[in-house]
Design a protein around this ligand. Structure first.
Ligand code: KIV
Ligand code: ZN
Length: 509
């Protein structure tokens, strides 16, 4: 009972937040990161919510062997049937059903009386239990529920077969003291509570999700629900990397309570996730932000040089950040690149390695020294599921004409299978002209262009341009990344990638 299970809901609560939608291949890639990191439970989606969600939960259940796979369900037979059908092929399937228990949610959202909510919670838990032994029950908006009523609902769920009981702070309203007291109260009061695992699921609206989750653990919870980088509805969920590293860094407070997480996989999982949703970590994001381990001020640098512990409570290596920057160049062979990548925490398949090595060689012709940052960008681009959509369009060639006194022109030629498509367009600068030429070829559905960002992967004039683009159509977002020493090429590649995803989702590829 001293192990806290890590339940990751990046693919459900994280993915359902605006701007974070992912396609199947992207979800599987994140699931693989989670498996490598040794999370205990992956909530792969909400099976009833769409055929696409059902398919991704099912695929993850079939492919990922090292974790329990859960699907969310409301407390209805239809939702539970769908959840079970999606997860049943997993090595260890879990159905996660929920119903709201706060006066507000019961009256205005569910339009149900408390006694009906209580009855439904018990009956639907029993219904799910007929399918599966591993059942999680969540009392939505638990922290704004009346504790005595909440205890009764929890008791009903346990009596009817729940093996994990989750106490969500759905709107990020509670405080650490309250959360700890609530968990202690429920474990003490609800019959059967000592035989199940209590879980906490905190949202970050007031910036307290991490503290509240940790307080829940001190109150007796032995499962934390969280997401990579704290993604999630509104201000997000508890960040996995924060709770895991907090427990590890403060054994004096958490005594012998540990998690089974391989923390050296945290950075890779974080970068992969940001890459897939087309975002960058805020510079000062704890654990995974670029400045998390940087010491700029003279006083800090002086202290760290004398003894790292003066200003560093955890090491970058502990979360998989590689600090020994070895310079690779055109004389470095495949084995040197491979062994350096392994040191950086990237164990690639032979196929991924070949693709990355090919791109590394191309880069060496343009750039004398390839830094770790360049190499990492190459890996993220080439191992990312987002990099290739089957049957998608690819760039064949482009030519631009631009100056500061004429309208820019771009000719773009795309390839799809054996066919080639060429268009020319004018635009407000070479990138705009190129995107217009691409639109003429692809004829994409109506969409908005939400994000265009360009970053350099490393210092120096010969750095790579890393372009990120986000388009949205309906409620879905589509991201694309492009990497090149030529920023127009990087922009075109990113735009084609995002457009391919949008076309594939609309059945137009
Ligand atoms: O925030 C919440 O209450 C949830 C539940 C469905 C677990 O996400
Ligand atoms: Zn939630």
């Amino acid at each position: 009972m001293n192990q806290v299970k890590i339940f990751d809901t990046t693919l459900r609560d994280g993915e359902q937040s605006p701007g974070c939608s992912m396609n199947l291949r992207e979800k599987i890639e994140i699931a693989k990161c989670l498996e490598r990191m040794k999370v205990d439970i992956i909530e792969a989606g909400f099976a009833i919510s769409s055929p696409g969600d059902f398919e991704s939960v099912q695929s993850i259940a079939r492919e990922i062997k090292g974790c329990t796979i859960a699907s969310l369900a409301r407390s209805t037979e239809g939702d539970i049937d769908a959840a079970w059908n999606a997860v049943k092929d997993a090595v260890d399937p879990r159905i996660h059903l929920f119903i709201a228990t706060s006066p507000l949610h019961m009256e205005y959202k569910l339009k149900m009386k408390p006694e009906d909510v209580l009855e439904t919670a018990g009956r639907m838990t029993a219904y799910a239990k007929k399918y599966c032994s591993n059942i999680e029950f969540s009392a939505e908006d638990a922290t704004r529920s009346e504790p005595e009523f909440l205890a009764k609902v929890v008791e009903a769920a346990i009596k009817n077969g729940a093996t994990t009981v989750n106490i969500p702070d759905t709107v990020g309203y509670t405080t650490p003291e309250e959360m700890r007291a609530l968990i202690e109260y429920l474990i003490e009061t609800a019959e059967g509570a000592k035989d199940v695992i209590f879980s906490v699921h905190c949202h970050n609206d007031l910036g307290m999700a991490t503290s509240n989750s940790l307080a829940g653990v001190l109150g007796g919870a032995r499962q934390i629900e969280c997401t990579i980088n704290g993604l999630g509805e509104r201000a997000g969920n508890t960040a996995l990397e924060e709770v895991v590293m907090a427990m590890r860094t403060r054994p004096d407070i958490f005594a012998d309570i540990t998690t089974g997480i391989d923390t050296t996989q945290i950075y890779r999982a974080s970068r992969t996730t940001y890459n897939i949703i087309g975002q960058k970590a805020p510079l000062n994001k704890s654990i995974v932000g670029q400045n998390a381990f940087a010491h700029e001020s003279g006083i800090h640098q002086h202290g760290v040089l004398a003894n790292k512990k003066t200003y560093e409570i955890l090491t970058p290596e502990a979360v998989g950040i590689h600090t020994q920057n070895i310079v690779l160049g055109k004389h470095s062979g495949k084995h040197a690149v491979e062994s350096h990548l392994t040191e950086m925490g990237y164990n690639l398949t032979e196929e991924e390695l070949l693709r990355c090595f090919e791109e590394f060689k191309i880069l060496c012709d343009k750039k004398k020294n390839v830094s770790d940052e360049d190499l990492e960008a190459i890996v993220l681009h080439n191992t990312s599921a987002s990099s290739d959509i089957e049957n998608g369009y690819e760039l064949d060639w482009f030519a631009v004409h631009t100056s500061n006194f004429t309208t820019a022109t771009s000719t773009v030629c795309l390839r799809k299978g054996d066919e080639k498509f060429e268009r020319v367009a004018l635009g407000d600068g070479p990138i705009d002209a190129s995107f217009k030429a691409i639109d003429e070829i692809l004829n994409p559905p109506e969409h908005t262009f939400d994000v265009y960002s360009i970053n350099s992967t490393s210092e120096g004039k010969d750095t790579l341009g890393d372009v990120s683009i986000k388009l949205s159509s309906g409620y879905k977002t589509y991201t694309g990344r492009g990497l090149s020493t030529d920023i127009i090429e990087a922009s075109i590649t990113a735009y084609i990638q995002a457009s391919n995803k949008m076309l594939a989702a609309g059945g137009k590829l």
